[in-house]
Design a protein. Sequence first.
Length: 231
Amino acid sequence: MAYDRAGLGSSDRVGRLTLDSQLRDLAALLEVVGPAVLVGHSWGGLLAELTTLARPDRVVGLVLVDPYHEEMAAAVPRALRAASSAMLAGMVLSKVVGLFPRIAAGMGRSLAERCTPDPGVQTLLVDAYLASYATLAQVAAIGAENRLGDSSVREVRAARVAGTAPDIPMRILTASTGKPPKLQELARELAERSAATFPRGKHVVVSESGHYIHKDQPAAVLAAIEAVIEQ
């Protein structure tokens, strides 16, 4: 199963997103459906990792897909951070003036065409994609969540220190392209560090893949999940 984090997709809007509220939401979900194999991408990967460290009794396997790491925040050049903030602000502005649906439709079609050649399924995927950006609150929540990366570095560091990595099968996948060389190397080093904290952790660099590994190389993600389940 998959879930929409608070404020995103079909979930209820929230007044203020925090790292603690997102971790509590995932922990509450695991109380209902767990113990489970957790799979998380990007920021979702960090949430999956921290939840595993805090609630090892509810997680039996972990797959992190090019996850966010708090130490990357300090390493990203100020110009790139400014460009990212401007892009997110532009998304909200385009939603306000009515241009965002056209942009999202193009992105949704591109994704759908990569997923399946079936026109009917493509239409369903585009409709689902547009539904996840239907309201201004949904679009704004993306920016609010993105800003948590910069504002919660100390909190994440503390959570890592306080947590315990359980003896469970764990895979962490990192992209091979999409970042400047120094950041690419740092991402790999941080992934190796994260994998090393788990007794059965393993880091895999996925060739010919950017940040969205599940789109660029979906077979690699499926292989990691299957390996964890088998173990």
